[in-house]
Design a protein around this ligand. Structure first.
Ligand code: DGT
Ligand code: CA
Ligand code: CA
Ligand code: ZN
Length: 585
């Protein structure tokens, strides 16, 4: 059984325990273990064999470790099966309906024998739910709309699509007369790789006016709920947007609360409770015998300051150790958009891109970069019009012409060269040696088995002209699983050889992922953030790569393309290769 399946079983146990109304700490341990496993860059089997074993995972004590071992050994977990005897697995689908949480499910199962979405739908249509604890006619209607919505779109969307919708909404809302302040919250602000729904927060003195404008925006296909402080709409693409209006005095508190993540907030509130401090979406309060004293809530930093914590950037708020780091004063100084000095993964119209070299150079200059590398595909990529050696050299003339035409930026002559199945590269060494920058990527043979794929990539890094490995797991967010590869071994080899690993900023890829990038850094690997642009205007995707790097706790010093040109040239792997070849000669 692989990590993904095991994580799924553990998270199902967490949900089933919640429905049974069991101890929240126990529930939380299963949730955390499932999350941690989903984020791992090695297999649980490997982890079991290492020192510290499975129990070095967050949330994993003796009980959960035993269950993981059982799953590894037998593919089954008796405890999971026993829980499923009591509560059918069909309830998992019910929980995806907005407004239906574990408590509601518990009540529906116990009192009405409802355990499937279809049964719930029939009951709601028949008006049989109103009158049950906490349910009214309005909730019935909301559930029905939620069910219809899930049927049509029941998926999370990628970060790029979410931001393109949010940017438009935010721009239009800013123009609304009654809006005084506005911010994105939720997973959108944390820049998670997928987004369930878009959360926007507004400060206004007349919430009704804001809501009236909101539900009439062009992007609104359906109004799910409209209230004085919270409204929910669905866009034509099926994306749900929650808008909340708060008073100015609570803006920071609400922003902190609705940014989440839920796990981060839970941890923060635990810490607060121990210090007799209360945090909620309205403010932060000191609690003593005399009652409550308000400490703040207008600014977000006040919420953290009340706990003697520095404010953690939203991208870090996932309960992955950030609160502990803040407490110990060792928060990293995360890389920022402005620190990126260039893009080293761009396809021109020589292969499958749509812009000329000169157009790309101008677009990069416009962004304010010092350098840009043109990295077209190599010959094996026939569908992508990969460059045979002859065309690669012809392209050089065009690059030289573009250097003259756009003198304000350094154009690096590069390649995204295929790693062939045997780990050799698609150009001979002497051709790679002529280039300024080489990224090597896997574009074929995805189905290879893990050991072979790992050896393939490690072998590619033995080529001394490889500066970076492109999109190192090949996954496409929500569409294609990563190929099987031992990232831990790849990172170790990369650190030894001085090869960088890409964080591909294209929101369909975001590969390496946040947690992988963090692990790579720990193992001494330098990261590259690059867009894989196929048009000049795709250079703007860089923000998603930087966000992923920030979610991986990276600082500018960890990132190859945060270096100015002169330093970059010295730090590229090929600089080392040239030096050592010279001294050999
Ligand atoms: P998503 O929409 O699934 O991509 O993820 P989020 O994080 O945007 O989640 P969402 O939209 O359900 O809620 C926004 C934030 O509101 C969430 O990150 C934390 C806060 N929040 C929502 N529900 C709860 C809750 O039950 N407990 C706590 N502590 N916080 C919550
Ligand atoms: Ca959300
Ligand atoms: Ca939401
Ligand atoms: Zn590629």
């Amino acid at each position: 059984m692989g990590n993904t399946e095991i994580a799924r079983v553990l998270s199902e146990i967490a949900i089933l325990l919640q429905i049974k109304g069991e101890n929240p700490f126990k529930v939380r341990a299963y949730e955390r273990a499932a999350e941690a496993i989903g984020d791992l860059s090695q297999t649980l089997e490997e982890m079991r064999a290492e020192e510290g074993g499975l129990r070095s995972l967050p949330g994993v004590g003796a009980g959960i470790a035993e269950k993981i071992e059982e799953l590894l050994d037998t593919g089954k977990c008796a405890y999971h099966e026993e829980l499923l005897q009591q509560i059918p697995s069909t309830v998992f689908d019910m929980l995806r309906i907005p407004g239906v949480g574990p408590k509601t499910v518990k009540m529906l199962v116990e009192r009405e024998g409802i355990s499937t979405v279809e049964q719930l739908e029939h009951a709601a249509q028949a008006g049989a739910l109103r009158g049950l604890p906490g349910l009214g006619e309005k909730t019935e209607q909301e559930m029905l709309r939620g069910i219809a919505h899930l049927r049509e779109y029941g998926k999370r969307i990628d970060l790029g699509l979410a931001w393109s919708i949010a940017d438009t909404l935010i721009e239009q809302l800013r123009e609304a007369a009654a809006v005084r302040r506005l911010a994105a919250a939720g997973s959108l602000r944390r820049m998670r790789e997928t987004i369930g729904d878009i959360d926007i927060l507004v400060v206004s003195d007349s919430p009704e006016a804001v809501m009236a404008e909101f539900v009439n925006l062009q992007l609104v296909a359906e109004v799910v709920a409209q209230g004085p402080t919270k409204s929910t709409i669905v866009t034509p693409a099926g994306v749900q947007v929650d808008l909340r209006v708060v008073g100015a005095e609570s803006f920071g508190a609400a922003l902190q609360y609705f940014t989440g993540s839920k796990q981060h907030n839970v941890k923060l509130r635990d810490l607060a409770a121990r210090r007799k401090i209360k945090l909620n979406e309205y403010g932060v309060f000191r609690v003593d015998d005399g009652g409550e004293t308000r400490l703040g809530g207008e600014g977000e930093e006040e919420m953290y300051a009340a706990l003697d914590l520095a404010m953690m950037p939203p991208e870090m708020r996932e309960d992955r150790g950030e609160i502990e780091a803040a407490r110990e004063g060792r928060l990293p100084d995360l890389i920022e958009d402005e620190q990126v000095k260039g893009d080293l993964h761009v396809h021109s119209n020589w292969s499958d891109g749509h812009s000329t070299v000169e157009e790309i150079a101008r677009a990069a200059e416009e962004v304010g970069y010092e350098y840009v590398a043109i990295t077209d595909h190599s010959p094996s990529q026939t569908v992508a019009n990969g460059l045979k050696i002859g065309r690669l050299r012809e392209r050089r003339r065009e690059i030289e012409a573009a250097r003259k035409a756009v003198p304000g930026i350094e154009i690096l002559e590069g390649s995204e060269v295929d790693i062939k199945r045997d780990g050799t590269l698609d150009y001979p060494e002497e051709v790679l040696a002529e280039l300024d920058f080489v990224m090597a990527s896997v574009h074929s043979g995805w189905k290879m088995e893990r050991q072979a794929m790992t050896e393939r990539i490690v072998k590619a890094m033995e080529n001394p002209w490889v500066d970076c490995i492109g999109h190192p797991t090949g996954r496409l967010v929500g569409q294609r699983e990563p190929y099987a590869v031992d990232l831990e071994a790849v990172f170790e080899a990369a650190a030894r050889a001085g090869v960088a690993m890409e964080i591909n900023a294209d929101p369909h890829r975001l590969d390496l992922r946040d947690t992988h990038a963090r692990r790579a850094k720990e193992l001494g690997v330098r990261l590259l953030i690059a867009t894989d642009a196929h048009r000049g205007d795709h250079l703007s995707l860089m923000r998603f790569g930087v966000a992923t790097a920030r979610r991986g706790w990276l600082e500018a010093a960890d990132v190859l393309n945060a270096m100015p040109l002169a330093q970059l040239r010295k730090r590229l792997r090929r600089a080392n290769t040239r030096r050592s070849r010279k001294s050999d000669a």
